[in-house]
Design a protein around this ligand. Structure first.
Ligand code: HEM
Length: 213
């Protein structure tokens, strides 16, 4: 329990480091010729990275048999949402100057914006229901079902990135490969559990009486 109490604030500060780096660049005038692009790219990158980090916690916890790792999952998920909000704010504030008409046209007409917006919307119920109170209110099973939306948000995020790049698709493909691995792991575990539950247990097997005649 003690190492977690020590690690939590350290990890929390580490999660804020990308924002601090960006703020420092802005303060020191090092955002380059197109600061809005730099901010959009950095916040978008960190949104997808935190989504993937959040999805890594369960496989890592199971494979390393370190149950305490689960205590960081909520923090990583909320940081994905936090960077998503910054990314979205950069778009509506710095890019579109709160011109909602232009924004809605963009969401409707540019497919990479449509899918990115969908990914962002999917994160909102997850952030809102991330508290212990909501887990109790919804009940473990329903809460878990709802929080599977993170898979779809991450898929939307990767498609968003794949659709927005014009030439070099290596980076979005790297994210896609990591996501495929993380989702593949879950499919594997699910198939394994289904296979196990279908196998009759030795206790329920009918016993064969062998009569020697
Ligand atoms: C789950 C939600 C989202 C994720 C994971 C995400 C992720 C990303 C990533 C990884 C990039 C590229 C970064 C780079 O080039 O290094 C990006 C760029 C961008 N995103 Fe998002 N994004 C999300 C939602 C949104 C939303 C809601 C909007 C606006 C409505 C948006 C608008 C943009 C724009 C305008 C760019 C830059 C496009 C360009 O360079 O031409 N994104 N995003």
């Amino acid at each position: 329990m003690k190492p977690i109490r020590f690690f939590k604030p350290v990890i929390f500060l580490a999660c804020l480091a990308p924002l601090a780096a960006l703020a420092w660049k802005a303060y020191s005038g090092n955002l380059g010729a197109n600061p809005i692009e730099v901010i959009t790219h950095a916040t978008g990158d960190w949104t997808i990275r935190f989504l993937l980090i959040t999805l890594s916690v369960t496989p890592l916890r199971k494979l390393t048999r370190q149950p305490w790792l689960i205590r960081f999952r909520r923090m990583f998920g909320l940081f994905a949402f936090f960077y998503g909000v910054l990314h979205f704010l950069t778009y509506i504030w710095l890019d579109k100057f709160f011109n909602f008409h232009e924004m809605l046209t963009d969401i409707a007409k540019r497919r990479f914006i449509t899918v990115g917006f969908t990914g962002f919307l999917l994160l909102i119920p997850l952030a809102l229901t991330s508290t212990a109170g909501w887990i109790r209110r919804l009940g473990g099973k329903r809460w878990q079902m709802l929080h599977r939306l993170i898979y779809f948000s991450a898929i939307a995020g990767v498609i968003h990135y794949l659709w927005l790049v014009k030439a070099d698709i290596r980076k979005p493909l790297q994210y896609a490969a990591i996501l495929a691995l993380l989702l593949g792991y879950r499919i594997f575990v699910w198939l394994q559990s289904r296979f196990k539950s279908k196998k009759p247990s030795p206790l329920s097997r009918p016993t064969i009486e062998v009569s020697e005649g």
